[in-house]
Structure formats: C-alpha cells, structure tokens
Design a binder for this molecule. Structure first.
Ligand code: ATP
Ligand code: MG
Length: 437
C-alpha cells in the first residue's frame, strides 16, 4: 500500500515513541481499491495527551479532543490521529454519550460503520470483519447487526447509500433490508449532516441507480419527491415517469453540485401542476412550482445561500425558450450573468437527454446558444449597466435629478443597446436621452 511521506512520518513518530499506530478507514479502503486517498486517519493506543506530547514539535489542532482526535499538521497536510475508542450508548440516535478509550485496536475497528471502513494497516493489514473480501466483491455491509448499528447512529443509513453511489458497490441484502426498515430514524439526524451526505450521493458516478433504489429513504427528508415516483406524464416527449425522468437527467448531467441539485429538483413540482386534454398531459407552471420547492427543501436542509439562490434560478429558468439569436441570448445574459447562463445550458442539456427522441432537436439549439454566448463575451458586448457607455452622472448632467428616473432611463437605454436598436456610444446615447426628455 502506498502511503505518502507526510502521513507515514506521523505514524512513525507514534511507533518510535512506543505506541501502536495504524492507518484506518477511508484511506485504507481507497488505497486497497487502487484510488488515491484524499485524507489520512491514524488510530493509536496513545491517549490524547500522549499524542499531543509526541507531536509537540508539530502544529496540532485539537479538533475533537474529547473524542480522542488530534489533527497533526505534517508537511502542510492534516493527518487525524485518534485514540482507539469504544463509543458509549447513543441516546439520541446520533451522538455517543461517554466515549471510552480502549487498549485494543480490534475494539476500535468494531465500532466502525461498514466492513470496508473497518480495516487498518501499518505494514500489515488488520481486517477482522472481512473488509477486503467485501471490497473485492463490492459489498457494503455493516459491522455487526445492521438494525443495531443504524439504531445507534442513523447517519450511517445515509453513509451506506452515499458509498453505494460513489463507489458503485451493492449494499448487502440484510443491510439493505435494515436501511428500508429503519429509514425513519433519519428524522433524528441534523439537516446539515444529511445534506453533506446527500450532496456526495448526488455527485456519485452511480447516483442514478441509488436514487432509483432508495427513493423511499430520500423521501424521508425530501417527501416532495414521493409524488413524482410513478407519475405518468402522458406526453409524447416523455418515455419515463416524472421520477425516472429526473433520475435519468441527473445521470446525464455534469458533475457539478449546483447543476446536479438543479436537475434533481427541476421537475419536482410537476405532479402538482398536472392537467390533461386531448393532446396529452401538461404541466403548466411547473418550473415556478419546482423552483419554490427546491428553495424550500434546500433551506430546510441548511444549504448555503448561494447554492439556494442559484439552484432556484436554474430550476425556474430550466425550460425557458431562448431563441438562438444574439439579442435574446444577451437579454438572458443580462438577467442571469455568464456563469449562471453556462450552468443553465448544462441543465437544459441533461433535461433534453432524458426526453424521448422527439426532443433531440434541442441539443443543436443548446449548442448554438453556447456559441453565441461565447461570441458575446469575446466581443465584450454590453449586457449590463456596468458596460453601458453612459452612467448616472451623464444622465443627471442632462438635467434629470430624480434618482429613480435616472435608473429608469439607464435601464431603458440598456434594453435598446441589448436589442441592437441603438449603438453603445456615449454621444448617441446622450442624444437619445435629450430627445425623450
Ligand atoms: P470519505 O472520507 O471518503 O468520505 P471515510 O470512510 O474516510 O470516507 P470519514 O467520515 O472520513 O469517512 O470517516 C473515517 C472513518 O471513521 C470511516 O472510514 C469509518 O471507519 C469511521 N466512521 C465515520 N463515520 C462513522 C459513523 N457514523 N459510524 C461509525 N464509524 C464511522
Ligand atoms: Mg475520510
């Protein structure tokens, strides 16, 4: 197993001081799978004070000292060092009350969530629960009785489906049954932690499969989604029900969290907007409705404000028809900014990819919109008041003193410039203002 020097140095320091030290958890799992670990955790029989003493010459961060964790900074990288521990009783289904330290690494491995995360390494592998076998067979299985382990800490339910989505593993039959059975325990888990796991799940290469199989689990914290499952669209442009369409679109979307969230929510309000006539099913207003739901859910899950704002916008705009001509693209850019417009095209692409062949023509339109947007930026064309050739002072100098009126005039000029009705030249714009006054 390849351990980078900065991490090995920390383990060596502990062993030189007479302690046991093992790499453990995600870093061992990832290394055994042949991928590069993103962080390194060490488990040791040294007590927190002894860890601190060992690393007195290093920068240390006392992140979770009462749980026995000291973060050691080695060559500029963080390594988490944690004392072997046994978790006490979980009274609230999330936080162990009374952590106790143990002398035996086997006990520390036994408290870990899944067999694939309960392997440790220090030149030799310690793997009492068959984690390597499960990695080989791509199986996620709790260490010990699943009901008991999910009962102790329901976040593990989210972790299980998150690992399934990111690693492409199957969840073992018993663990799977227990997840479905115990899903309501997630109601006790904090929104922030659920959102962290849900975000990782959505970004997984196997997100689609997990969204299909565990919609009932996700429905515990996003019940709005349950109306979409099995909802027949009765429309030629669709080959999937609303939920399947959402999932196919997520699978087709770029791996960017805002895009994936927007795609996940883009049609969630459809069932509430359904009407039917001789032409088939319609969902008038579902863009606004879905944006409303997206905003509500994301705020409830304590997503950051920027994410909420951008995802709401993308959902609201996802089916706006933009005619592939400069004037219309500029109007859109002036409303959304370049960055959000780019995300919107990606959302539109994913949405189209999850429609029937009848919608295929949209791909060419999306591509053309992207080209036009590039030309506009390259030519630095005016799409906002910032680049308009006159500003508020110019308008005031022409004798307008009411601030609101100045704003109205500038915005009207900007619209004319964007629509190509007038050139973005100072003198020409000033003349137009004089004429209207
Ligand atoms: P990644 O860092 O790739 O998300 P990871 O498995 O390293 O995955 P961490 O949250 O970094 O996840 O946790 C490190 C280790 O701590 C895990 O591998 C597991 O052994 C243990 N662990 C983490 N969370 C729990 C939990 N809720 N219950 C039991 N053990 C846990
Ligand atoms: Mg980790």
């Amino acid at each position: 197993m390849d351990i980078p020097k900065f991490a090995q140095k920390v383990a060596d320091k502990l062993t030189q001081n007479g302690y046991e030290a093992y790499f453990v958890g995600g870093c061992v799992r990832d290394a055994l799978m042949g991928s590069v670990p993103h962080d390194f955790d060490i488990t040791t029989n040294a007590l927190p004070n002894q860890i601190k003493e060992c690393f007195s010459a290093f920068t240390t961060i006392l992140t979770g000292e009462k749980h026995g964790t000291v973060t050691v900074v080695s060559e500029g990288e963080n390594v988490e060092v944690t004392t072997y521990r046994i978790d006490g009783k979980y009274e609230d289904g999330r936080h162990p009350v009374g952590v106790s330290f143990t002398k035996n690494v086997q006990n520390d491995l036994a408290r870990r969530d899944f067999t694939i995360n309960a392997i440790c390494y220090n030149g030799e592998i310690v793997d009492p629960f068959g984690g390597r076998e499960d990695i080989k067979n791509k199986i996620i299985r709790t260490v010990g009785d699943a009901d008991k382990r999910f009962g102790e800490d329901a976040l593990r339910i989210m972790r299980a489906i998150r690992f399934a989505a990111t690693l492409g593993f199957e969840i073992d039959e018993k663990t799977k049954e227990s997840i479905h059975k115990n899903k309501r325990l997630l109601e006790k888990v904090s929104a922030e932690r659920i959102f962290v796991e849900f975000s990782k799940l959505l970004m997984g290469d196997w997100a689609g499969k997990v969204l299909m199989e565990y919609y009932d689990v996700i429905g515990v914290f996003i019940p709005e989604l349950l109306h979409c499952v099995g909802f027949d669209q009765k429309n030629d442009y669709h080959i999937y029900d609303v939920y399947e369409h959402i999932v196919k679109a997520v699978e087709a979307s770029d791996k960017d969290l805002k895009i994936r969230l927007a795609v996940f929510f883009h049609d969630i309000g459809k069932p509430q907007c359904f009407t039917i006539d001789e032409k088939g099913g319609h969902f008038k207003g579902h863009d606004e409705k879905s944006a409303l739901i997206a905003g509500c859910v994301l705020k409830r899950l304590k997503a950051d404000n920027e994410t909420v704002r951008i995802v709401e916008t993308l959902v609201k705009e996802h089916q706006r028809e933009i005619i592939p001509e400069k004037k219309y693209v500029k109007r859109c850019l002036s409303k959304l900014s370049y960055g959000v417009f780019d995300l919107l095209l990606k959302v539109k692409y994913a949405d189209t990819a999850a429609h029937s062949k009848k919608a295929e023509g949209n791909f060419a339109v999306i591509e053309r919109l992207g080209e036009i947007r590039k030309e506009i930026e390259k030519d630095d064309e005016c799409i906002s008041l910032k680049t308009l050739a006159v500003n508020g002072y110019d308008v005031m100098a022409l004798g307008v003193h009411d601030g609101r009126k100045v704003g109205e005039i500038l915005n009207a000029l900007l619209q004319m410039v964007i629509d190509g009705e007038i050139e973005n030249e100072k003198e020409i714009l000033k003349k137009a203002v004089k004429e209207t006054l």
